[in-house]
Each structure stands twice: as structure tokens, then as C-alpha cells.
Design a protein. Structure first.
Length: 310
């Protein structure tokens, strides 16, 4: 039999404000059935990595008999706040944030806490209103990918970085990459914000402009995830540029296919989405079924460098 989700939330979150918000509902009766219901909310379902993580979570949860619904707001954070409020009103056993910056959705998170619904996250960031976030060690991913690019450039040169600061993971990767470039004496010529949704087109357009304005200065391009790296690769191929290596992060199938072509896209870091999703499933199950809160607010898993496929 499931523990009351409201009592579980009080155990999982320790802020005084959380206790205050949940106290009024802590005596409510639990759901009549024993089916665990989870709502997954995301602003980034168009991203291949986010979709993969949510698909993994859904597959693993459904194997346990869970009912899982997914809502995508296509980059609209106002809609994401509203989606949290709508989800909380449905009284699921848990809500999962699939990527995104918790600081942009504080209203939505507070509405979930007020309703006594625990919120977990994948590929997001730790937050006092989130029971636990499970993600990759993004600083390490940034370091690994930057180090790979430096090696591909022969240890010297100047790079362009394709970033997306609103995403906590990409922001942490970029910080790790900058530190690695600086330590190696590599110049960062420009950092370009990549729109998401539309990351491939956004990065391709930015790279086309850079090729036209200062292409001779660029000796490498760092992509915060695989879609921007693909867009950059398309721009380089169209311009006939063959001596500028590109690296990404995620290890998506299309990235591996590009790496196999031996063109500009030469390395990526594979994120372990099966383990990340599995950790979130285990944490939710332990809280909902046993009343056991997560032992920590942030879990970070390693990634794997890929420079070619078998």
C-alpha cells in the first residue's frame, strides 16, 4: 500500500515554507487505488536528449505498472508554470521536470508543493522545492568535450562555443569547457546562444555568419549538445570547410552517424539516460511506496567520450 503522498513530501523536503504549505493538507486521504500516477513536464521535448530521457523514464515506470503522462510546452516557461499548476490539481503521486531551469518555474513548483505533490527532476538542477534532481556530471562533460576538441586541434587554436544558458546542464558544461580552454591557452572567439526548439537551424545560421565574418580565425567549435554541433557541421560542409573539428554532448544516434562520416563532427559525450531515468524511477518508488525521501538533492552520473563507433 502506498504511503500518503503528502506525508512523503513533508519528509522529502525540509524547508520551513514547505512544511507550512503542506500542513493544511497533510490529513487528506490517500488515493483510493494503488496505481502510481506520474506527470512529466518539459519545455524541451523537441531535444533528442530530453526525449530520450523521458522515453526511458516512461518505459521503466510503465514496467512497474505506473500511469505516466507527458506534457511539453515547447520552450514556453509561462506555459510550464501553468502546466505545473494543472498537474498539481490532478493530484498525481509525483511530478517530474524533464530538463529546464527550476528558477524560471518557481510559481509552478510552489503550486505543486502547496498541493503536497513531490517534484523530481531529470537533467535540470537542484532546488529547495525539488525532492531530487538526477543528471550527468555536466562540469565533467564540458571538460571532457573541450579536452577532446583541444586534442583534435593539435593543442592550439581558437574556438567558437554554441551555448544555451537557460538550461542548467548546458550552462554547467559551458563553464567546465571555458575553464579547460583557458587552462590550455585556447582562445574563445565567440559564444553564440542557440535557440531551443530549433537548435540545429539556430546553430547553422550562427555558424554561417561566423564563417562569413571571421571563418579564417576559427580552428574548432564546441557544441553544448549534439543538435548545435550538427547545425555547425552542416554549415561547415556547405561552405566546404574541412579543417575545423566540431564536438558535441549527448551521444545521439545522428551524432554517431556524423562521426562515422569522418567529417567535421568528430566527438561527443554519451549521457547515460537509462541510468539517469532509472535513478529517478527508484527514488519516486521509494518515496511513494515506502515514504523514504531521497538521501540527497542532487545525483550526478558520468558520461562517456565517443570519438568513433564500431
Amino acid at each position: 500500500m502506498k504511503i500518503s503522498r503528502r506525508l512523503s513530501l513533508a519528509a522529502a523536503l525540509t524547508l520551513p515554507v514547505v512544511f507550512a504549505l503542506t500542513a493544511c493538507s497533510s490529513t487528506s486521504a490517500p488515493a483510493a487505488d494503488d496505481v502510481t500516477r506520474v506527470v512529466v513536464l518539459t519545455p524541451y521535448l523537441s531535444s533528442a536528449a530530453t526525449k530520450e530521457s523521458i522515453d526511458e523514464f516512461t518505459t521503466q515506470g510503465e514496467k512497474l505498472g505506473w500511469e505516466i503522462s507527458v506534457v511539453d510546452t515547447a520552450g514556453d516557461m509561462n506555459k510550464l508554470n501553468s502546466a505545473f499548476q494543472d498537474a498539481a490539481a490532478q493530484q498525481p503521486d509525483a511530478i517530474v521536470l524533464g530538463s529546464g531551469d527550476p528558477t524560471q518555474i518557481s510559481l509552478g513548483l510552489k503550486s505543486a508543493v502547496a498541493a503536497g505533490i513531490p517534484v523530481f527532476a531529470m537533467d535540470a538542477a537542484a532546488n529547495d522545492l525539488i525532492a531530487a534532481n538526477v543528471t550527468s556530471d555536466n562540469t565533467s562533460l564540458g571538460d571532457q568535450s573541450a579536452s577532446a576538441l583541444i586534442d583534435l586541434m593539435g593543442g592550439t587554436g581558437a574556438v567558437v562555443m554554441m551555448t544555451h544558458e537557460p538550461h542548467p546542464g548546458v550552462k554547467a558544461r559551458a563553464a567546465g569547457a571555458r575553464e579547460t580552454f583557458a587552462a590550455a591557452g585556447i582562445t574563445v572567439l565567440e559564444e553564440k546562444h542557440v535557440e531551443n526548439p530549433g537548435a540545429v537551424d539556430s546553430a547553422r545560421t550562427s555558424m554561417q555568419d561566423i564563417i562569413s565574418s571571421r571563418g579564417a580565425e576559427v580552428t574548432g567549435v564546441w557544441g553544448g549538445w549534439d543538435e548545435p554541433a550538427l547545425g555547425v557541421t552542416q554549415a561547415l560542409n556547405a561552405a566546404g570547410v574541412t579543417n575545423v573539428p566540431v564536438v558535441g554532448v549527448d551521444g545521439q544516434d545522428f551524432a554517431l552517424a556524423e562521426i562515422d562520416k569522418k567529417g567535421p563532427f568528430q566527438a561527443t559525450i554519451k549521457q547515460d539516460w537509462a541510468s539517469i531515468a532509472g535513478q529517478v524511477v527508484a527514488l519516486i518508488q521509494d518515496l511513494v511506496d515506502n515514504g523514504t525521501p531521497p538521501a540527497q538533492g542532487q545525483y550526478e552520473l558520468p558520461g562517456t567520450l565517443i570519438t568513433g563507433t564500431k
